[in-house]
Design a protein around this ligand. Structure first.
Ligand code: NAP
Length: 482
């Protein structure tokens, strides 16, 4: 099996914030990888834009260094130079007049125009205004915006309204990089490409669903930002919510942007408000080699959570009665993202009580070792009656697909090329995003109003004790993080 490269039309891509951290670590290396893969058409123009005064050569040198740090390290000198030669730079102030006429003069007719807003959201309005007033953006141009898209429902609405002054919804690409991950897209393939699962995919057969995104890192290098955000805003409102939607949504009529996003929106709107008793927040403690959360963010009184677990329900015909448990945190035992769909027990055990209780579980691993495991109940080998055990039917995608499949593209590679192709399926629509904030806001507001203090948890562990209790109370348990 060989990975295919779908050609894209010639384009002009302007990266506002082209000297920033995201551009250095993600956007530019991803473009370089697509260049190496042969997906970059002749005539592709990439322009960095920020206030720093670089000339084109100076910017190429800056990008060369970024690529040596974050890019693929097996690219030849010739290929690297060819990529760098296609780069330009314009010193632009989002809040002033500097650089805008020059940027306008670099735009070419007949090319797709895309503008990546890799800057603080406070600058989105200024950029949109100037792209419009200098006639740089056309009615079919695209803009790409990053998370965090707002801090709450009010600020998200304001940002949407700001962008809507100059851009229609089909021009706006809101990135949630989780959706660009190959394995997250695989969720849809597994669900809607196999007949096997669909008849069982409902509250009648599924006991509960667990969604886990565990990280081993702390807030390293992002403490200032993270302490104003926390796990709920940084992870649950976007990434975990997207996973929940893909697991729970109805089959869309086709795999196109609005059909998929309509179905995701219905799930978010059907989510029950979360009871305060069904949320647990935590902050990681110190370990011998690492400070605790509060020291790490330099805020000894911080009440921001680095861990959150919660239980929610979806009030619709398919899911009424099946709880969804979500958890995410930093400084946990392992870096692991997975979704476990845990089935109910058989209605009657013909093997009697000594066979114990057994439940099938379909586990979709997003990282690491992307793959699927199905826990199946079998007879424990040997004499002495009918004892049952659960064994995993395990498939790792890399092994199943073989080495010829090649390297899996990074999420940003896929998403940036989708912008150029004009495919919004893997981007969040404005109403979807607002609905997600409308669901998370009351939870966060309750914590604020009650001055809730997160529970400490051991670094390298699996989260606060209370999160285990959240499941135990329901006679269930979390899968081990490993
Ligand atoms: P950053 O390192 O602070 O970079 C900000 C960029 O904006 C710089 O290139 C800066 O260059 C430019 N800039 C600032 N003021 C400007 C102005 N008035 N006019 C034009 N350019 C201006 O930030 P970042 O980490 O790259 O993040 C960019 C965006 O992506 C943010 O919204 C962030 O939340 C989001 N994001 C970042 C990451 C990440 O991993 N870094 C991940 C997800 C989302 P000059 O100072 O030279 O103007």
């Amino acid at each position: 099996m060989v990975s295919r490269v779908i050609p894209v039309e010639p384009f002009d891509l302007v990266i506002f914030g082209g000297t920033g951290d995201l551009a250095r670590r993600k956007i530019l290396p991803s473009l370089f990888r697509r260049f190496i893969a042969g997906q970059m058409p002749d005539g592709a123009q990439i322009i960095g834009a920020a206030r720093a005064e670089y000339d084109a050569d100076g910017y190429r040198e800056f990008v060369r260094q970024s690529l040596s740090e974050f890019g693929p390290n097996d690219a030849s000198k010739e290929v690297t130079e060819a990529f760098l030669n296609g780069l330009g730079y314009v010193a632009v102030d989002a809040k002033g007049t500097n650089g805008w006429p020059e940027l306008a003069s670099k735009m070419r007719d007949g090319h797709v125009r895309a503008f990546y807003f890799s800057v603080a959201p406070a600058l989105f309005g200024d950029l949109a205004d100037r792209l419009h007033s200098y006639k740089i953006a056309l009615p079919d141009s695209r803009i790409v915006v990053e998370k965090p898209f707002g801090h709450d429902l009010g600020s998200a609405k304001l940002l949407n309204a700001t962008l809507a002054q100059h851009f229609s919804e089909d021009q706006i690409y809101r990135i949630d990089h989780y959706l660009g991950k190959e394995t997250v897209q695989n969720l849809m393939a597994v669900r809607f490409g196999n007949l096997l699962f669909e008849p069982l995919w409902n509250a009648q057969y599924i006991d509960h669903v667990q969604i886990t995104v565990a990280e081993t890192v702390g807030v390293d290098g992002r403490g200032g930002y993270y302490d104003t955000s926390g796990a709920m805003r940084d992870m649950v409102q976007n990434h975990l919510m997207q996973l929940l939607c893909l697991i729970a949504m109805e089959p869309p009529a086709q795999f196109d942007a609005d059909a998929v996003r309509d179905e995701k929106l219905k799930v978010i709107r059907a989510l029950d408000p979360v009871s305060p008793h069904h949320t647990v927040r935590g902050q990681y403690s110190a370990s011998p080699d690492h400070p605790d959360y509060r020291a790490h963010v330099g805020n000894p009184r911080s009440r921001t959570e680095s861990y959150v677990a919660l239980k929610t329900h979806i009030s619709n015909w398919r899911w009424a009665g099946t709880p969804f448990y979500l958890r995410t945190g930093k400084r946990l035992r392992a870096r692991s993202s997975e979704i476990a769909v845990v089935f109910k027990e058989t209605p009657h055990s013909i093997f009697g009580p000594e066979a114990g209780s057994h439940r099938n579980a379909l586990v979709i691993r997003l990282q690491p070792d992307e793959g699927i495991t199905m826990d199946v109940t079998i007879k424990e080998p040997g004499p002495g009656g009918m004892r049952l055990i659960d064994v995993p039917l395990d498939m790792t995608f890399a092994e199943a697909l073989g080495p010829e499949v090649g390297e899996v593209p990074d999420a940003y590679e896929r998403l940036i090329m989708d912008v150029i192709r004009g495919n919004q399926t893997l981007f969040m629509r404005g109403d979807e995003l607002e609905a997600a904030w409308a669901w998370t806001d009351p939870i966060i507001n309750h914590w604020d109003e009650t001055k809730d203090v997160p529970k400490p948890y051991d670094a390298g562990g699996s989260g606060p004790e209370d999160a285990l209790m959240l499941m135990h109370r329901d006679d269930r348990k979390w899968r081990e993080i490993r």
